[in-house]
Design a protein around this ligand. Structure first.
Ligand code: PMP
Length: 381
């Protein structure tokens, strides 16, 4: 009898189960009563009536799907409007919208590097950046986390090489911000480009949520690109690359995840555009998300927990062990609170954490409730 070609997955499943690392999907009920500190809906816009109505109107007007790739039939006036407004809001010359932030990172890294060029990547960068480096034909040098001196030394070791430095603006596990000013200085000393993934900065950092690059005075610079997702603060789906118009034109012509991918669904483009306009009308949303994060941090650390001071809307709380982190998150859930839980191998430093996301739309009462549940369920209490 012929061997089943997928038999080996049973062994992989057994090893995963032995290591306590089985992941399962848990469909979220529509009337979920859980208080949410686990999603990335930082500004609470995904259910704002203006945003969901814009998604419906866009689908009615343009259809449920984009119908083709962006260069064939998949670009609507809505895509062009979203790109123009996103670029203007964040302070860049031009923008290009993708079907996800993942695709946007792959595009920037693969289309802007070549055989013989160099990518310098922070060790804690998001998986989509790691995959972009793997797909790119360049050599990748992984440098220690948030270490501009290491970036400088790496660039020094490759004089004259076409180089690109890539970093998250806000790191998704610990919520700490990248040293963008020092990284830009290191890049400029070598004529290297700086690519910053602002997935967790857009809507939260910078004047009225214009992002980490705007906050650092780097938006619109000739040697800087931003990548982002439309799925966190903008409450929709999709991604974007922002930068000089000539670089964006290059991506239109050379980025495979742009050229060979169906355009972003009109509903997602419409929702993202509505969110962008809302953020511009309500600049206090960004302040509120940061204030909620600061309150979470202050009250949890005052009560004896260990958490780094948040630079944006992600608060990461240490757990004594992987098992206690899993139990802690499960006890929170049983008490009505959804929180994120990170443990090895997702955290290479071996420290397990609860990951809390501050949301601008949390009321004081909900915040009190969340803090009480987290403290009540904390290991050793
Ligand atoms: N970059 C970072 C830092 C992210 O956290 C994410 C989403 N988890 C992405 C990129 C990917 O974005 P998307 O979900 O839109 O593909």
């Amino acid at each position: 009898m012929l061997k089943d070609p997928f038999d080996w997955t049973d062994e992989a499943a057994r090893l995963r189960a032995d290591a306590g690392l089985v992941r399962t999907l848990r469909p979220r009920p529509v009337d979920d009563a859980l208080l949410d500190l686990a999603s990335n809906d930082y500004l609470g816009l995904t259910r704002r009536p203006e945003v969901t109505a814009a998604a419906g109107e866009a689908a009615d007007r343009w259809g449920a799907g984009a119908t083709g790739s962006r260069l064939v039939t998949g670009t609507t006036a809505l895509h062009a409007e979203l790109e123009a407004e996103l670029a203007r809001f964040c302070g860049f010359e031009a923008a290009l919208v993708f079907s996800s932030g993942y695709a946007a990172n792959l595009a920037a890294l693969t289309a802007l590097s070549t055989h013989g060029s160099l990518i310098v990547s922070d060790a804690a960068n998001h998986a989509s950046i790691v995959d972009g480096c793997r797909l790119a034909r360049a050599e990748t040098a992984v440098v220690p986390h948030a270490d501009p001196e290491a970036v400088r030394k790496t660039l020094d070791a490759h004089p004259g090489r076409r180089s690109l430095v890539v970093t998250d603006s806000v790191f998704s596990v610990d919520g700490d911000a990248a040293p963008l000013t020092a990284l830009a200085a290191a890049c400029r000393a070598h004529g290297a480009a700086l690519v910053v993934d602002d997935a967790h900065g857009l809507g939260v950092l910078g004047d009225g949520g214009r992002g980490a690059l705007h906050a650092a005075g780097l938006a619109g610079a000739v040697d800087v690109l931003a990548t982002m997702t439309l799925s966190k603060s903008l409450g929709s789906q999709g991604g974007a690359v922002l930068g000089p118009a000539r670089v964006i034109a290059h991506l239109v012509n050379a980025a495979r995840t742009f050229i060979f991918d169906t355009g972003l669904a009109p509903a997602a483009a419409g929702a993202a555009l509505a969110s962008l306009r809302l953020i511009e009308r309500e600049p206090e949303l960004a302040d509120r998300a940061r204030a909620v994060a600061a309150t979470l941090h202050e009250r949890l650390t005052d009560a004896g927990l260990t958490a780094a001071r948040p630079d944006a809307a992600v608060v990461s709380v240490r757990a004594p062990s992987a098992e206690s982190a899993v139990r802690w998150a499960a006890d929170c859930r049983a008490a009505g609170l959804a929180v994120g839980c990170f443990r090895p191998p997702s955290v290479p430093d071996g420290i397990s954490r609860l990951r809390l996301t501050a949301r601008a739309d949390l009321t004081e009462r909900q915040l009190d409730e969340a803090i009480a549940v987290i403290l009540g369920a904390a290991p050793g209490r």
